[in-house]
Design a protein around this ligand. Structure first.
Ligand code: G4P
Length: 533
């Protein structure tokens, strides 16, 4: 296949949502349309989110499932569509942020009853950072919910993005009758339908048609006419360029569970979503059409089977053509590697591939060569950017409970943090290890995995820290002075960068005032911040 052809037939995206808004249900409906699965219920959802307390077996089971569901590919209207799965549980937020580096656009699912929720805001912040194009699906219209205009206002206010409805609901909950497609001016009437594909749309030349009154009743027809007029007056017209620039989000209304409004969403997505885009590196922007292969690892999965210690590294192809059994350059290790069993993922089927193109995500069997963020090229020494570590929110000191197993503990904690399960900081004074995460669940995962995979035992001691701040300064002496004075709260990250663990928001503010020469960065990719400051 020619590179150009491969590019024009690929769309790689993620569906994101606050847990329970309907991400899994929508994914499943997409796969049904694509023929990748035959019946609803085939995609196992991230039900880990539903376990209030941590359940180790559930975590383990999930890890197994999520290897299969990490990437779900299907074909639709000649397009190779790759959906990257993002965990719903907030404790795995960092995993989701990293996955978002590997997609070219996202579909955001909102529950019409709940509107914009906490996790929605955080995920969208990440999308806004990178100007990722977003399409919004307001779900569960078959249930009572907020007024659609209020939902649109909330989206604009809380997500800092302009919206443009492309479909409009007629009623909501018990009065929900269907959606009017503002794009092609057709009407779809709602019927409860969980598995089959919805009926064909009824097209209208204009909304004044009496047929509309006959179909939905006089009052709802009048309301629809008024609302559509209002939408056309208030919201700017859909413009693909502003959507591609991440400034305007088209909005659809529907019910994923009833497979309603999903086809319109998918078809618009196929039409407007970007093909594989260029990606920044520390040296230059890499264009997908470049002949030479390049890609980066954004996720690593350990094998569940304790007899096989290998892991799967998920690599996003950014340019050129990846080929099986060909040597590629691992930039960080300065080493050439070849892969005999690279896998691709179609729905939940995994199969060995011969080649892969920009936008594709492939699984590489790894015996410990990869860390998150690693770059593979044909020899060029570049590293892809945009895969920062974010400041953790919970910090705990790692305590060794079995001195005979110190080595195993060291190895285990290094490997687990390479996988991105948590972040590791080392305090130079006394070499104490501090683990930082965004959720409590991670500590249970680490403890369990250290015990079961590395035969090491540990405990955690809570530390009262507020944020990790990566430090830089043009004035080296000032930086050194700060590091000396604050030695107790200074740690090194895995790459040897200096990090200040701020005990509280108040102290952080104070230090920022006391040391105006220092830059306190809240992600590890501070070089990028420096350029933009
Ligand atoms: P998530 O991946 O975003 O966390 O959400 P998921 O799809 O698992 O959906 C969460 C719940 O919302 C599920 O119900 C699902 O059936 C329901 N749901 C999804 N879309 C719609 C919709 O359009 N209308 C209505 N009424 N419900 C919807 P559950 O009872 O929690 O799970 P299950 O037992 O049905 O799987």
């Amino acid at each position: 296949m020619k590179l150009q052809e491969a590019l024009s037939t690929r769309k790689t995206f993620a569906i994101i949502s606050h847990p329970d808004a309907g991400k899994t249900t929508l994914t499943e409906k997409f796969l049904l349309f694509g023929g990748a699965i035959q019946t609803a219920g085939a995609v196992k959802s991230n039900k880990i989110k539903k376990t209030a307390t941590s359940d180790f077996m559930e975590i383990e089971r999930q890890r197994g499932i999520s290897v299969a569901t990490s990437v779900m590919g299907f074909n639709y209207q000649g397009m190779q569509v790759n959906i990257l799965d993002t965990p719903g549980h907030k404790d795995f937020a960092e995993d989701t942020y990293r996955t978002l580096t590997a997609v070219d656009s996202v579909i955001l699912v909102i529950d019409c009853q709940k509107g914009v929720e906490a996790q929605t805001e955080r995920l969208m912040e990440v999308c806004r950072m990178r100007n990722t194009p977003v399409i919004i699906f307001v779900n569960k219209m078959d249930r009572d919910g907020k007024d659609p205009f209020d939902v649109l206002d909330e989206l604009e206010d809380k997500l800092n993005i302009n919206v443009r409805p492309l479909s409009w609901p007629i009623g909501i909950g018990p009065t929900f009758q269907g959606v009017y497609n503002l794009f092609d001016t057709s009407l779809k009437l709602f019927s409860v339908n969980k598995t089959k594909i919805a009926k064909d749309a009824i097209e209208f030349e204009n909304l004044e048609s009496e047929q509309l009154d006959d179909l939905i009743g006089n009052e709802p027809a009048d309301t629809l006419r008024e609302e559509v007029e209002m939408i056309d007056g208030v919201y700017e017209k859909f413009n693909r360029d502003t959507y591609l620039g991440g400034e305007l989000a088209p909005v659809f209304f529907g019910s994923a569970l009833n497979n309603f409004g999903v086809k319109e969403l998918l078809e618009t997505f196929i039409n407007v979503a970007p093909q594989p885009l260029s990606r920044p590196t520390d040296a230059r922007e890499v264009e997908p059409l470049e002949e030479k292969f390049s890609g980066f690892v954004f996720k690593i999965h350990a094998n569940l089977d304790p007899k096989h210690r290998d892991r799967i590294a998920f690599l996003r192809v950014c340019s050129g053509k990846f080929e099986r059994n060909r040597f590629f350059h691992h930039v960080r290790l300065d080493k050439n590697l070849k892969f005999s069993n690279p896998s691709s993922f179609m729905a939940s089927e995994k199969s060995t591939i011969e080649e892969a193109y920009p936008g594709d995500v492939i699984g590489l069997y790894d015996t410990g060569n990869f860390k998150i963020g690693d770059t593979l090229t044909e020899g060029e020494k570049i590293s892809f950017k945009g895969i920062p570590s974010f400041s953790p929110e919970i910090f705990k000191e790692l305590e060794n409970r079995d001195p005979m197993k110190t080595k195993q503990l060291e190895k285990g904690i290094r490997q687990l943090t390479d996988e991105g399960v948590a972040q590791l900081f080392v305090r130079e004074l006394g070499s104490k290890k501090i683990i930082g995460t965004v959720g409590e669940l991670q500590f249970d995962v680490i403890k369990y995995r250290l015990e079961h995979e590395y035969a090491a035992k540990c405990d955690f001691r809570s530390l009262n820290y507020f944020k990790a701040c990566w430090l830089t300064s043009e004035k080296e002496e000032k930086l050194n002075e700060f590091i000396r004075i604050k030695a107790n709260d200074i740690v090194k990250d895995k790459d040897g960068n200096d990090v200040f663990l701020a005990p509280s928001a108040w102290i952080l503010k104070l230090e920022q005032q006391n040391y105006p020469e220092l830059n306190f960065h809240f992600t590890s990719e501070f070089k990028k911040d420096l350029q933009t400051v």
